[in-house]
Design a protein around this ligand. Structure first.
Ligand SMILES: [Zn+2]
Length: 106
């Protein structure tokens, strides 16, 4: 039998072997939620946002603050509305924030 090749496959395999029903708090369920493609892609978008915001404010914006600003500006809501499996972070970031990445990479 071939070994699982992606994180998602491994996590689904863990969950399949789990004796609980809803996976609300078990490690398999928590891992599956925390490492889903959607969560990972949004985390990357927030990393880019953190970098841009730090440059704009001429100081280091921390992760907690970046997550709060991301939500306060409505980006978390917009991200949830536009996200579809298979979309990559660059498109997600630009469509969520309206910020074109090339303009911020000079
Ligand atoms: Zn479980």
């Amino acid at each position: 039998m071939p070994a699982p090749t992606t994180i998602e496959e491994i996590l689904k395999d863990l969950r399949a072997g789990c004796p609980c029903e809803r996976h609300s708090y078990c490690p398999s369920g928590v891992l599956l939620r925390n490492f889903s493609p959607r969560v990972i892609e949004q985390h990357k978008c927030i990393e880019i946002f953190k970098w841009i915001e730090s440059r704009a404010q001429k100081r280091e914006v921390g992760w907690d603050e970046a997550y709060m600003l991301w939500a306060d500006r409505g980006y978390a809501k917009t991200f949830a509305e536009i996200y579809m499996d298979g979309m990559k972070h660059k498109e997600l970031f630009e469509r969520t924030t309206g910020i074109k990445l090339e303009e911020n990479r000079s």
